[in-house]
Design a protein around this ligand. Structure first.
Ligand SMILES: *Cc1c(COP(=O)(O)O)cnc(C)c1O
Length: 360
């Protein structure tokens, strides 16, 4: 006897990347930042006293909202704090999508989106990305025609790493009848000289909701802290109605506020990641494994059939050597491995293992 709702019974849950218990592995499979959190964040953690835990946290994460607003040149009413960026995705669905109505997304993209849609009992309106991993010109039109009230767009794109310019986001937000959630989980790794800025568009589009997370850029995936930015009319029902009371705990809020203050230190890791990303991309290309230019902390690497038996076989052979990368068994991704950017030492170990496997 199952007590599940029928759509829960039918659906498959999210498949997270493997989190091996052993610490001496080379872990390049879940896009964690290879560098530690800022020193001041660890100091703040050690300085926490029992009093901070005895009391309930701020129900609105007020301190964090103020800090984030200052960082982005917005007001606290433009900001909502969430339990990881993932919670914002779920809250956007709960807040903006009538159960059973479609949710829009580009294909391929973050594999959690369709899972959250299934939980909500909503069908997915999928629009395939073109050969450059960009949405087609009629992307918004097709969402409108399908009656979509919430569309997810991950930018920089996962899992390809490619970046869509703000002008495209501007046009899509302007053309959509519903809400556009731009998932900027990896935006910290974009080239600073590009001046990539989508946040300022919230003043032009009252349907633009931006997701940020401290998991990748700030090396705090274990803390579970993310936030949303948008027009107060979009943020207010999330912050004041659909969000759980105290979804962000006192420890997380305090450390997240410190992390934003220490942005300059985190930015050093972004620099190091960008540098290593290009070194790895070049080294892989020399071996005949190509990846699109990435604005993120990972590469989507195409593995020719003749190299180590192809992507799936290479994934398995690397795993046997304690090197974890990600393989997605789905169209357009099957021939690829997604490799998170690690330290120079981790990349040396990866390349040595690959050479060994390829020459076997
Ligand atoms: C990591 C990630 C998120 C958010 O992750 P959290 O750890 O929940 O903050 C959102 N979207 C994409 C595409 C991601 O890779």
């Amino acid at each position: 006897m199952s007590y599940e709702r029928p759509n829960i019974q039918r659906m498959t849950g999210y498949t997270p990347g493997e989190q091996p218990r052993a610490r001496d592995v080379v872990k390049l499979n879940t896009n964690e930042n290879p560098y530690p959190p800022a020193a001041a964040v660890m100091d703040a953690l050690r300085a926490l006293d029992g009093e901070a835990l005895r009391r309930y946290p701020s129900p609105t994460a007020a301190t964090f909202r103020e800090r984030a607003a200052a960082l982005h040149g917005l007001t606290p009413e433009h900001v909502v704090a969430t339990n990881g960026g993932d919670e914002l995705l779920r809250l956007a669905i709960t807040t903006f999508v009538e159960p059973g109505r479609p949710i829009g997304m580009a294909e391929p993209s973050y594999s959690l989106y369709p899972v959250l849609a299934a939980v909500h009992g909503s069908p997915v309106e999928r629009v395939a990305l073109d050969e450059h991993w960009q949405p087609p010109a009629d992307f918004a039109e097709r969402m409108n025609r399908a009656g979509v009230n919430l569309t997810f767009l991950v930018n920089p794109h996962a899992p390809s790493g490619t970046l869509l310019p703000p002008a495209r986001i501007d046009a899509i937000a302007g053309a959509l009848q519903g809400v556009l959630l731009v998932d900027e989980a990896y935006v910290d790794f974009t080239e600073p000289s590009e001046g990539h800025d989508v946040v300022s568009l919230v003043h032009d589009h009252d349907n633009l909701l931006i997701l940020r997370t401290l998991s990748k850029g700030y090396s705090l995936a274990g803390l579970r802290f993310g936030y949303g930015l948008g027009d107060p009319g979009l943020i207010s029902p999330i912050a004041g109605k659909t969000r759980d009371s105290y979804s962000v705990d006192a420890v997380a809020e305090r450390l997240a506020a410190v992390a934003l203050e220490q942005r300059a230190e985190a930015a050093e890791s972004w620099n190091a990641v960008r540098h290593e990303r290009e070194r790895l991309r070049t080294a892989l290309a020399e071996r005949g494994l190509t990846a699109p230019v990435s604005a993120t902390n990972f590469l989507l690497v195409h593995v020719p059939e003749g190299y180590g038996g192809g992507a799936a076989a290479l994934h398995g052979a690397l795993r046997e050597r304690g090197i974890f990368v990600r393989h997605f068994d789905q169209p357009r991704l099957r021939e690829c491995l997604r490799i998170s950017i690690g330290t120079p030492e981790q990349h040396d170990a990866l390349l040595a293992a690959m050479d060994e496997i390829a020459s076997a």
